[in-house]
Design a protein around this ligand. Structure first.
Ligand code: IPE
Ligand code: IPE
Ligand code: MG
Length: 250
């Protein structure tokens, strides 16, 4: 049985020096390329390189879960050419990186509505997940054709199918049906690229995550930038509705 994590808002999780789970909106690829008079897709290609660096930095720092927003359910609205190039990059990244992940003890998961992807991409996802399924060092989740609202509705519909006669559902009943039920909720949320919004990322799971926004564009985000985010996280007091005094009593 997969271990299901209940909402972190119910109990105060152990505060660790390094976040157990970091979730990142990797934004700013297009602007990075534009500044260099390059096509937007060059920024996406550079962004893939940073994914490799950040995965390795997370392994070295003992982060347990890294979740990356790669393609949102809204990104289909981009020009057809950019969408196609993004899909090609995804295929290439899976072809190239899965072996390295497997060797590094990384477990790969891809979440989102994968039904809209080409068969070749879906096949690589299935193979990559299977190849790395037994790894435990770091779980890397790639959110692809993912939307937070989709996730909640998908969970709700799955629950209803299994409980046709039930009328009400509670948080604890819904949580196991969400696409990231295998992971604790993110401790630290990072968005690069300067925008300060959630853009339909993990809406349910971010309820009590610490938020960190940086102007650094994703293709410039390196291990040092990750450490700055972790340093900021360490200074936070996570109260989950309680008072500072109550936290001291624990
Ligand atoms: C994020 O970079 C990557 C994806 C959404 C796939 P953008 O492509 O959104 O970069 P900007 O925001 O235009 O700079
Ligand atoms: C969010 O970035 C999605 C990903 C990083 C994959 P966008 O650049 O698409 O976000 P908005 O639409 O500007 O908020
Ligand atoms: Mg953007």
């Amino acid at each position: 049985m997969i271990k299901r994590f209940l909402s972190s808002t119910a109990t105060v999780p152990e505060t660790t020096q390094v976040p157990r789970h970091i979730a990142i909106i990797m934004d700013g690829n297009g602007r990075w390329a534009k500044k260099r008079l390059m096509p937007r897709v060059a920024g996406h290609a550079q962004g893939v390189e940073r994914v490799r660096d950040v995965v390795e930095a997370c392994i070295r720092r003992g982060v347990g879960y890294l979740t990356l927003f790669a393609f949102s359910s809204e990104n289909w609205r981009r020009p057809q050419d950019e969408v196609s190039r993004l899909m090609e990059l995804f295929v290439m990244a899976l072809e190239r990186e899965v072996e390295r992940m497997a060797d590094n003890g990384v477990r790969l998961k891809v979440v989102g509505d994968l039904s809209r992807f080409e068969p070749r991409l879906r096949e690589l996802i299935t193979q990559g997940e299977a190849r790395t399924a037994a790894n435990t060092r770091l779980t890397v989740t790639v959110c692809a054709n993912y939307g937070g609202r989709w996730d909640i509705l998908n969970a709700m519909n799955a629950w209803r199918r299994e409980h046709p006669d039930a009328t009400e559902i509670g948080e604890a009943e819904l949580a196991p049906y969400l696409s990231m039920a295998y992971a604790p909720e993110p401790d630290l949320f990072i968005r690069t690229g300067g925008e300060q919004r959630v853009s339909n990322f993990l809406l349910w799971q971010l309820a009590y995550s610490e938020l960190y926004f940086t102007d650094t564009l994703w293709p410039d985000f390196d291990a040092k930038a990750l450490d700055q985010a972790i340093t900021s996280y360490r200074k936070r007091e996570r109260r989950f509705g309680r008072t500072s005094e109550q936290l001291l009593e624990r």
